[in-house]
Design a protein around this ligand. Structure first.
Ligand SMILES: O=c1ccn([C@@H]2O[C@H](COP(=O)(O)O)[C@@H](O)[C@H]2O)c(=O)[nH]1
Length: 309
């Protein structure tokens, strides 16, 4: 899957992932269904799914991937998780790579169950059934190797990928991640682990399907990690609403524009509320915002001697 993601990034000249952190409140009133016979959670979830489908149709030709943030579906209960599942199916059918942002982990046995849910198969009798069946999942590596191994096994078996939290984009990420142990920060040690965990998952472009999450808000830290780990593929959240800049993304990428994919959720989902896109329908505004992000990144790449071949 890592090779396909890289090929789609290059083909679309777009190292961008649109984040489907779809809150009911984001949906414009004139898009809401007039079908009021459902309970409130069903109503919210069914509108979220319709919104996602319209948005996916608007961006599928200009980005390689979407990231579906589970929190915004879990908050609507079972109906929300159905919308999560159906959104994954819809996005895959639209030709997109799907990252399930679930940040899962636990002790080995339980991590195996999580991995079956999001990447692998659930065994019932003789049948092995794909459940959410995303292409990538985000995971938390802080329980250590036994909590990650089941995900890595499913990456190998089903050609999937994971992104392990290394240096997160949030303000307080340094409280723990920047602490030093024997001369290295915790995030640097985590990056070492990620390389080790993914050593048998390296694809034809030299990047492993076991990648890292590094926030766009921490370019200096990204530079350090990149120097130590040239084969680490990075999911980069934090561009847009969190203030990460295109220039700050540069350390993650090699001169061919490879090495990462940049997520943007709220600034695309709610672009129609931005005066820059005033009067546009939400899907048209989302497309324009995505194209502007692409221009911003490609112009910055150009200034830094980075270009897709
Ligand atoms: O370090 C991290 C890890 C994950 N995220 C997630 O990415 C998106 C960012 O949303 P924006 O609206 O573009 O800020 C969201 O799903 C986060 O949970 C992150 O931001 N930082």
């Amino acid at each position: 899957m890592i090779d396909r993601l890289i090929e789609d990034i290059v083909r679309k000249q777009s190292p961008i992932c649109v984040g489907l952190d779809t809150k009911f409140d984001y949906i414009p009133a004139d898009f809401l269904s007039r079908e009021y016979s459902m309970n409130p959670l069903q109503y919210a979830a069914s509108n979220i799914f319709q919104y996602n489908c319209t948005l996916i149709d608007a961006i599928a030709d200009i980005v390689p991937a979407v990231k579906v943030q589970a929190a915004y579906y879990e908050m609507y209960g079972c109906e929300g998780m159905k919308a999560f599942h159906d959104t994954i199916v819809y996005a895959k059918n639209a030709g997109l790579v799907v990252i399930a942002d679930v940040k899962r982990n636990d002790i080995g046995a339980t991590a195996t169950a999580y991995s079956s849910a999001y990447l692998g198969r659930t065994k019932i009798g003789d049948e092995e059934i794909p459940v959410f069946d995303a292409d990538f999942a985000t995971v938390n590596g802080y329980l250590g190797t036994d909590g990650i191994a089941p995900f890595v096994e499913d990456c190998k078996k089903y050609k999937k990928g994971i992104f392990v939290l290394v240096k997160t984009s949030n303000k307080s990420s340094g409280e723990l991640q920047d602490l030093k142990i024997e001369g290295k920060t915790v995030y640097e040690r985590m990056a070492d682990f990620v390389e080790q965990w993914g050593s048998e998952c390296v694809g034809k472009y030299g990047f492993s399907a076991v990648g890292a999450v590094i926030g766009a808000t921490y370019p200096e830290q990204a530079e350090k990690i990149r120097e130590a780990h040239p084969g680490l593929f990075v999911l980069i959240p934090g561009y847009g609403a969190q203030g990460g800049s295109a220039q700050g993304l540069v350390p993650n990428f090699d001169k061919k524009g490879l090495g990462g994919i940049v997520n943007n959720s709220r600034a695309i989902l709610t672009a129609y509320q931005n005066e820059k896109y005033a009067g546009m329908q939400f899907d048209i505004a989302a497309r324009e915002a995505t194209l502007n992000m692409q221009r911003d990144i490609l112009d910055t790449f150009d200034k830094n001697g980075i270009a897709y071949e």
